[in-house]
Design a protein around this ligand. Structure first.
Ligand code: GDP
Ligand code: IMO
Ligand code: MG
Length: 422
């Protein structure tokens, strides 16, 4: 944490690395927590004092009293889902209205965006992306096409603007011949719009820059991961936003010179949800075992997450793209029982050995190095030096390969199961 600066915490693989847990853990050190990209496609799990929450659009700093949480201009927001998420937090006793500010420049996900998401997926057939169905792609498409609706639009002449956007979407859906019924969904969505008006809707970029000028510290909370980034991920099997450090600047309206630390978060192994190339994917009993122990089922969709060993080639690429200064390794405990652990240190494609992520990751086969496992239950350990020597060697291997230190190791889902390296 540096006063007057922004630190970023970014998923650097395919998402679900454990961002929510660590943002919640870090929040007491910061004044502001801000989401800069994505929307309800995210599912950030936070577990503490026997309680569990899965946040989608609301930043993971929301549980800490006295902190400002911002949904930044780079995000997309579905009023109905936002209302459900906010109601759950209010019912649990959190005064979120005083803590949460929403950028007027964030874009609105309309019910018809969600229908378009489903329609486009069905048109793609076997080439479908396997989206979360939350309307993310169509909403960001409208943003880029300059036809989107923004949060600030709900404050004046909204019915008119909404009707025009909906009519445009209906025309596309009619052309495709896609059947749908959003009557009930739309009523709830409109209730969500009214509910959103009871929140602080702000020019969040002005607000953030003023707070930084006062010497306040900001933690930017990433969504998704670098390999799902619209530019740097496995395009077209990606999400539609900028999930990287560059996205922090555009998604919050802060200058690159304001960025201090970039925390790159990854799991001790790899997972991916949805379609797309995944060279380290395991189709055997080991993959099934990792899924079972790691509970690798999507927090948003409940889908099986595809599992595999750690991919150091992808990790190194993400570290470069983001300028990662510190690494955070999550779910180390999930590998507790394995006698050997593999790590991918190169790819083989068309007879060539590749040591960087190529333009097209499909057809790449992982080349592994084998390391010994620790075969010890590490879940109760709280001090780095008490971790098994073999686990510390695994971490040394990662650090040597990537050239960036691993400063936090997570050994369980609870807020307290977090080891900060002295
Ligand atoms: P996010 O999207 O990056 O916030 O991550 P998700 O919440 O989608 O997925 C991470 C999952 O792993 C959640 O179910 C967490 O409760 C869980 N988790 C986080 N850290 C650890 C850990 O160190 N060990 C174990 N076993 N589970 C963890
Ligand atoms: P968090 O923030 C994992 C994946 C989807 C799909 C692709 C595109 O919890 O880490 P979209 O609905 O965004 O158009 O889907 O991206 N995806 C995620 N995978 N974690 C996420 O978020 C994801 N958000 C989107 O599964 O493959
Ligand atoms: Mg998630």
């Amino acid at each position: 944490m540096t006063k007057g600066k922004v630190d970023a915490l970014l998923g650097i693989v395919f998402g679900d690395e454990g961002k929510g847990k660590v943002v919640d853990y870090f929040t007491p050190q910061y004044d502001v927590v801000a989401r800069f990209a994505g929307g309800p496609n995210a599912g950030h799990t936070i577990i503490f004092e026997g309680k569990k929450f899965v946040l989608r659009s609301i930043p993971s700093g929301i549980f800490c009293e006295g902190k400002i949480n911002i949904i930044g201009n780079g995000c997309v927001l579905a009023p109905d889902l936002f209302m459900a998420e906010a109601n759950e937090l209010e019912a649990a006793g959190y005064d979120i209205k005083s803590r949460l500010h929403i950028s007027k420049r964030a874009h609105l996900i309309l019910p018809t965006h969600r229908v378009l998401d489903r329609a486009y997926e069905s048109l793609k057939g076997k080439n479908k992306i396997g989206t979360t169905g939350k309307g993310i792609g169509p909403t960001y498409s409208d943003k880029a096409a300059r036809t989107g609706l923004r949060v600030g639009d709900i404050l004046s002449n909204f019915d008119e603007k909404y009707a025009a956007a909906k009519a445009r979407h209906e025309q596309i859906l009619n052309n495709i011949g896609y059947q749908y019924d959003i009557a009930e969904e739309e009523k709830l969505w409109m209730k969500g719009v009214e509910y959103m008006k009871t929140f602080q809707l702000t020019d969040s970029e002005n607000e953030l820059n003023a707070l930084l000028a006062e010497g306040k510290s900001v933690l930017a909370e990433g969504a998704q991961g670098t390999m799902l980034d619209i530019d740097h991920g496995t395009y077209p099997m990606v999400s539609s936003s900028s999930t990287t450090t560059g996205g922090v600047c555009t998604g919050l309206g802060v200058a690159p010179s304001k960025i201090a630390d970039v925390f790159g978060i990854f799991k001790a192994y790899s997972t991916r949800v949805g379609s797309g190339p995944f060279p380290v994917e395991l189709f055997d009993a080991t993959g099934d075992r990792i899924r079972e122990i790691g509970h690798e089922y999507g927090a948003v969709t409940g889908r099986n997450r595809r599992c595999g060993w750690l991919d150091l080639v992808a990790l190194k690429y993400a570290v470069e793209v983001n300028g990662v200064t510190q690494l955070i390794m999550m779910k180390s405990d999930v590998l507790d029982e394995f006698a050997t652990i593999k790590v991918c240190t190169a790819y083989r494609k068309n007879g060539e050995t590749l040591t960087t992520v190529p333009y097209d990751l499909s057809g790449c086969e992982a080349v592994y190095e084998e390391l010994p496992g620790w075969q010890t239950d590490i879940t109760g350990i709280t001090v780095y030096s008490e971790l098994p020597a073999t686990l510390r060697s695994y971490i040394d291997f990662i650090e040597r390969f990537i050239g960036v230190p691993v400063t936090i190791v997570s050994v369980g889902p609870d807020r307290n199961a977090t080891i900060v390296r002295e």
